[in-house]
Design a protein around this ligand. Structure first.
Ligand SMILES: [Zn+2]
Length: 451
């Protein structure tokens, strides 16, 4: 077990979560299941309260051998929080299902739902997913959304001004496709909404053809729809209402993409596509709808990577080695960078505990996340590369040549401004597998740059 375990009791006397009922119009019948409530409710409250107090954005309960492991994912890093004996693990998962109004009788099919909750004067949406693992044992995943933190406008997320201005310029004419790309749960949907909100909605009329649920778009009109209206009818209606731009949500296949590109000479279309990088998204679109649609229709593809923000209370300043600056291509006049404080010594019994190091971040020593961005832009030279059958690597090479915004470089901007550390970039840009490994609660010892 991780050394995180000894901290599991620390929030037990603190604030307790209040459950306000299931989402999606479901009902939670606690009275009908008194034994389950007795067996699981207190533990569920403890696990979720402790997770919210630590700012977990995901809570996982996974069966492992005869036990279940509780993990909190905080700023993208999973931490082992506690483990539950087998029966308790099952009771906790069943109790969460009951609170979300799911079917507690069934443990052999995947289910999803949500719970409205309140904690420390904030409202939360707890999005619940269960997956059967073996026999009647399930894996539980709870995604935590703070209702107040919507992160949908350029201002909310600290979207760079020059990128915002570029997207504004691209959307001055009512034509072209602009997509956010990313893998599921990478924040790609929110990013597509941020891109949409870059449009000057006082000058242009912006519509949406998707139900964005709880995420409310600002100054965007939902297109009126009849029961049998398909996407084509909706887009025609927007044209008749002299719309300039449309939020189209996720572009998930060739047919839908083909239809959208057919309208890309009369409407500016903004949405998202599943892809690791903008260059790969461009190739995917070429495969789906062909060069004759992509070259004139596509304007830009943007992606983001979330990077942990250094805790401002305990970050340590240092003077970087000039050779290091040169190697990274950072400005020579950079005199100060920041990094996490050194971890407490394991040998010294009097060393402060992790939580004592900094009250703000509990010695993490990161607090929240910030995004670095990459943006593919269609240019005449880029069109030639794509038309000649260029691969994703060729497209990226052309992006470098044209000095388009690239993820790693943009992330270094965050290092120079003291928002994050070089060590965090190394972790964030390591292979995805390495990034997913549960981290120890204490900061990992760093290699010092050779003086
Ligand atoms: Zn701190």
């Amino acid at each position: 077990m991780s050394d995180a375990e000894d901290n599991q009791e620390e929030f037990d006397d603190g604030e307790q979560v209040l459950f306000r009922g299931p989402m999606y119009g479901r009902e939670a019948n606690l009275k009908k299941n008194p034994r389950l409530v007795q067996a699981g409710l207190i533990s569920v409250k403890r696990i979720i309260s402790s997770g919210l107090a630590r700012r977990a954005h995901t809570i996982l309960i996974e069966p492992k051998g005869p036990r279940s492991i509780v993990r909190y994912v905080i700023d993208g890093i999973p931490y082992v929080a506690s483990q539950l004996p087998g029966k308790m693990g099952i009771a906790v998962v069943q109790m969460v299902k009951l609170l979300a109004g799911l079917d507690v009788q069934s443990r052999v099919e995947a289910q999803s739902g949500g719970i409205l909750a309140e904690f420390d004067e904030d409202e939360y949406r707890l999005l619940v997913e269960t997956t059967p693992v073996r026999g009647a044992v399930e894996r539980l995943k709870i995604r935590v959304e703070n209702v107040k933190e919507s992160w949908l406008t350029p201002g909310d997320v600290g979207f760079p001004d020059d990128l915002k201005m570029k997207i504004r310029e691209m959307t001055e004419e009512p034509n072209g496709v602009i997509l956010a790309c990313g893998m599921p749960e990478s924040g790609v949907t929110s990013l597509s909404m941020v891109v949409l909100h870059c449009i000057d909605s006082y000058l242009y009329s912006v519509f949406s053809v998707v139900d964005t649920g709880d995420k409310k778009l600002i100054n965007v009109t939902d297109v009126e729809t009849g029961e049998d209206d398909d996407l084509e009818i909706q887009l025609d209606r927007i044209l008749r209402q002299e719309g300039d731009a449309v939020y189209v949500g996720k572009v998930s296949g060739p047919e839908q993409a083909e239809l959208l590109f057919q309208y890309s000479d009369r409407l500016c279309l903004i949405g998202e596509i599943e892809s690791r990088t903008p260059a790969e998204a461009v190739r995917k679109l070429v495969d789906w709808v062909g060069l004759e649609r992509v070259l004139p229709g596509l304007r830009a593809v943007i992606s983001q990577k979330l990077i942990r923000r250094l805790c401002e209370d305990c970050r340590q300043a240092y003077r970087p080695d000039p050779r290091l600056l040169k190697r990274l291509g950072l400005p020579r006049e950079t005199t100060v960078l920041y990094r996490a404080p050194s971890p407490p010594s394991d040998d010294d019994p009097n060393a402060p505990s992790v939580a004592e190091l900094c009250a703000d971040c509990n010695g993490m020593p990161y607090h929240g996340r910030v995004a670095a961005y990459e943006m593919f832009e269609m240019t005449p030279e880029m069109k030639e590369v794509i038309a000649e059958g260029g691969t994703a690597i060729d497209i990226r090479r052309q992006m470098v040549k044209e000095k388009q915004r690239l993820l790693q470089q943009d992330a270094l901007r965050l290092v120079v401004s003291g928002v994050t550390s070089l060590e965090e970039l190394k972790r964030a840009f390591a292979s995805p597998k390495a990034g997913r490994r549960p981290a120890k609660r204490r900061p990992v010892k760093r290699k010092r740059p050779r003086a």
